[in-house]
Design a protein around this ligand. Structure first.
Ligand SMILES: C[S@@+](CC[C@H](N)C(=O)[O-])C[C@H]1O[C@@H](n2cnc3c(N)ncnc32)[C@H](O)[C@@H]1O
Length: 511
């Protein structure tokens, strides 16, 4: 897509009908080149897929796959046969392909591939246009590169709350993927980006997938929505920490131009004035660990700096030491490790980190909710390692956890004692015993879904969770356990009630 090209709305249905007729879907591509080649493609290797295509009968699907997914040239007549309604001329005019008359070939100017997902509404599939990756370009990415659906995009879309709302904002929409997901539960979506090119690609994706109700606006951070509030804000913002020195590429798609983790800080302290009461912002972010300080406490300070009170649930998924972090992002831009350019960039990154005494960088998810009065949810936790199985993403679990938090926060201890919870179907108990011992030395309650948490429990808590059948109240179970374990009932109650609250929030128990 050239910079001047605008989505010609009247021609997009023709492109859509060609893609439909060719059957360009995730399953069809896997059938075309096989599981192994599909996995190799995820690792950035297209040779197995190319070889598999060479063994296939020519077809519109094979032509479109070679052209747009592998980024390899195709013969002009094959391209014409694969795009009978839209035509090669239409694709050239829209900036999707370029034509080389001398060789009689057509090359992709963008990546266009199917994208499948499952959410609360069930399975669905779209086609997503984005800029060609490093593999197809054969060189480092340009600074105005518009990202396709990557790992971070999937993380955020999987975390997205899915309860129906009136309005949503996707800040830094890129190819439009989060706005498209948000449009499945929000009646009205505003999607912003600082890149005009990203907005053109987003407009194309919305039209190609016949998604309405999304308004695209150009501008930085919250500028395009000054004075407006939304029920749901989602953002995979350009949070990558980048040295602000000469000769270091400033990639629009990942770097918001601020020093250190300043962009995430400014998002956190600026979002409350764009949230309706009870409105939720969900974003991904990086935070610096400076000196002996704790990165998660820096995030807490940002939340505290919000001019309007926010509930906050921040989950750190990973921490990378400063050197690894720099290596990751230099490689991501397409610079090869070991090259002089790589070493120059690494030195710039480490100088930048040294200037703030940054030892490591945390990555994680932030969920912020605008509240009136004193926030009741202040959770800053580390969940490093693998998560539970979540077919339809963590968004549904997060929504349930928020509702459970609100429910238990509104209950006094006496009211909680009258609750009759049920243990969730995905909870199992692990007992660890010294060889030959009768009593366990450790008990773990583990959930299969949600965040796949494992909670250390004593005999009392494990027994309470096990006895939660929806018939018995918490109070009745505690009284029976006190007798059975021969312990003081008041002390047991004081011990177990906070744990019951936690079990409800995390989905081990359901009210
Ligand atoms: C990491 S990409 C996310 C793209 C897409 N939302 C996704 O989830 O895949 C960040 C996006 O933010 C945009 N961006 C960069 N600086 C920005 C700013 N100051 N204000 C708004 N958007 C910005 C970039 O152009 C890019 O499209």
């Amino acid at each position: 897509m050239t910079d001047s090209a605008l989505p010609a709305a009247d021609r997009i249905p023709d492109l859509r009908s060609d893609l439909l007729a060719a059957g360009l879907s995730v399953d069809a591509l896997t059938r075309l080149w096989g599981e192994e080649a599909a996995e190799a493609l995820h690792r950035g290797q297209r040779v197995p897929a190319e070889r598999a295509l060479a063994r296939r009968e020519p077809s519109a699907l094979a032509t479109l796959a070679r052209l747009f997914v592998l980024g390899l040239p195709v013969a002009a007549d094959a391209a014409a046969a694969a795009l009978p309604a839209f035509g090669v001329d239409g694709a050239v005019a829209l900036g999707l392909v370029t034509s080389d008359d001398a060789s009689g070939t057509i090359s992709a100017a963008v990546d266009l591939r199917p994208y499948g997902f499952v959410d609360a509404a069930g399975p669905a599939e779209w086609w997503i246009v984005s800029d060609l990756g490093e593999l197809a370009l054969g060189h480092a990415l340009p600074e105005d590169h518009v990202l396709g659906v990557g790992g971070a995009s999937l993380t955020l879309s999987g975390l997205m709350l899915q309860a129906p709302v009136e309005s949503a904002l996707d800040l830094g929409t890129g190819c439009g993927i989060q706005a498209m997901h948000a449009a499945r539960h929000a009646r009205r979506v505003v999607a912003t980006d600082i890149s005009p090119r990203a907005l053109r690609i987003a407009a194309l994706n919305l039209a190609l997938n016949e998604i309405g109700g999304v308004e695209l606006r150009l501008g930085s951070m919250f500028e395009p929505v000054a004075g407006e509030r939304f029920d749901h804000i989602v953002s995979n913002p350009p949070f990558v920490i980048t040295p602000r020195s000469d000769g270091v590429p400033a990639y629009e798609y990942r770097d918001g131009g601020m020093v250190g983790d300043g962009l995430v800080a400014s998002f956190v302290s600026g979002c409350a004035e764009h949230l309706t009461r009870g409105g939720v912002a969900q974003l991904l972010g990086n935070w610096e660990y400076r000196g002996t300080g704790d990165g998660l406490l820096r995030v807490r300070d940002w939340v505290d700096a919000s001019p309007e009170p926010l509930d906050a649930w921040v989950i750190e998924r990973d921490v990378e030491d400063a050197v690894r972090y720099a290596e990751t992002w230099i490689r991501d831009g397409g610079t090869r490790p070991g090259s002089p350019e790589f070493e120059r960039l690494l030195a710039a990154w480490l100088d930048d980190f040294d200037s703030r005494d940054v030892r490591s960088v945390g990555f994680g998810y932030l969920l912020l909710r605008r509240v009136e009065g004193t926030p009741t949810l202040r959770r800053f936790e580390r969940l490093h390692g693998s998560l539970g199985a979540n077919e339809a993403g963590l968004g549904v679990h997060l929504g349930e956890a928020l509702a459970a938090h609100d429910l238990q926060a509104a209950l006094t201890d006496d009211e909680l004692l009258r609750l009759r919870p049920v243990v969730s179907g995905d909870v199992t108990e692990e007992r660890h015993l010294w060889p030959g011992a009768d009593a366990p030395t450790a008990i773990l309650l583990r959930q299969g879904g949600g965040f796949g948490r494992a909670v250390a429990a004593d005999t009392g808590l494990a027994a309470l969770v096990g006895a939660s059948d929806g018939e018995l109240s918490v109070g009745a179970i505690v009284a029976a356990l006190a007798q059975l374990l021969e312990v003081d009932e008041d002390a047991l109650r004081a011990d177990l009630l906070p744990a019951v609250r936690g079990m409800l929030v995390d989905g081990f128990l359901r009210a």
